[in-house]
Design a protein around this ligand. Structure first.
Ligand SMILES: NC(=O)c1ccc[n+]([C@@H]2O[C@H](COP(=O)([O-])OP(=O)(O)OC[C@H]3O[C@@H](n4cnc5c(N)ncnc54)[C@H](OP(=O)(O)O)[C@@H]3O)[C@@H](O)[C@H]2O)c1
Length: 290
């Protein structure tokens, strides 16, 4: 943890990469709402694995803070295509860290609860050793390590089970899938904390405002399973009569391993007096009602 000047995102130039994705869109919306000077670039605008393109963009924008929301997040595709995973999740973040170092910017790098192996009972903290069990998780941890080795002015923000409008994952799509008559399966033996993308964007903003570099765990509050999450999402949507088949991870047989338990707690936020994000159930209500 390194204390530095307090950032004032409202005055700083903020560059958001991966802005076409779930978190990137929410971050761009929140930082713009907070009157920040935001440049949000999608993958089509900037491939973070392309170092010359990264430097050219830094030269023209001259960002004070960069929020990296770009990543290869298809966990099963990462398992099949490790080169693709490491390019986006290690090489890209390293390029950003190098450019930040050269141009004097700070970097927020978003990472994942999947860096943990899931064998702990209870909440993972920053004191727990990562032990990634999939290519995705290894590539994300490699990104964390590469960025922190290159640049002191780094906020690493791990989150979990991010859901929201336009998301491609189960939590984001369960109601839409139910509406289309799909057969739904809810995993019962995997626990973590669903995190609403707009809430995570607020959490990242608050972290930057504190100006204390380090490793954060930023999630909504309260561990659950995908089964419980999906049930509540359907009930809130007036689809209480739709059945969800309970399944285990083994029964699903996905190519990449998922941790049994990866719910996290943030010792650093607690030390700094950063308020925890609200319970995931409250966030889910907002998501469904919007
Ligand atoms: N979703 C979750 O459940 C979850 C949980 C914990 C942590 N996280 C972390 O949260 C962050 C944001 O994830 P998300 O949920 O917003 O994922 P997302 O919706 O898949 O967004 C990621 C974005 O990054 C883009 N991208 C991929 N490779 C790129 C590259 N080389 N250069 C520039 N852009 C690139 C993707 O573009 P294409 O779609 O065109 O490839 C996509 O628009 C990631 O760091 C992820 O690891 C996510």
């Amino acid at each position: 943890m390194v204390a530095d000047k307090t950032h004032h995102p409202g005055r700083d130039k903020v560059l958001i990469t991966g802005a076409g994705g779930l978190l990137g869109r929410s971050a761009a919306a929140h930082f713009s709402r907070m009157d920040c000077n935001v440049t949000a670039v999608t993958r089509a605008d900037l491939d973070i694995a392309n170092q010359p393109a990264v430097l050219t963009l830094f030269d023209s924008i001259k960002p004070d803070v960069v929020i990296n929301c770009a990543a290869a997040t298809d966990v099963d595709r990462c398992e099949r295509e490790p080169d693709w995973a490491f390019k986006a999740n290690e090489e890209g973040p390293l390029n950003l860290a190098r450019a930040c170092l050269e141009k004097g910017a700070a970097l927020v790098h978003v990472s994942t609860d999947y860096v943990f192996d899931g064998e702990k009972d209870g909440l993972y903290t920053q004191d727990d050793q990562p032990n990634p069990q999939s290519v995705y998780a290894r590539s994300k941890l490699a990104g964390e390590l590469a960025v922190s080795a290159e640049l002191n002015r780094t906020y690493i923000v791990r989150s979990s089970w991010v859901f929201g409008k336009g998301g491609k994952n189960f939590g984001s799509r369960v109601v839409e899938l139910a509406g289309r008559g799909a057969r739904l399966k809810g995993v019962i033996d995997q626990v973590s904390i669903p995190t609403y993308a707009p809430d995570l964007a607020i959490g990242i903003y608050d972290v930057i405002r504190k100006g204390t570099y380090g490793l954060y765990h930023v999630t909504n509050t309260g561990p659950t399973t995908w089964m419980e999450f999906a049930r509540m999402a359907l009930d809130l949507s007036g689809l209480a009569d739709i059945q969800i088949e309970p399944v285990t991870r083994a029964e699903l047989g996905q190519p990449a391993a998922r941790p049994r338990n990866s719910a996290m707690r943030c010792l650093l936020s607690e030390r700094l007096g950063l308020a925890p994000l609200r319970p995931w159930q409250d966030a889910l209500k907002d998501f469904i009602h919007q």
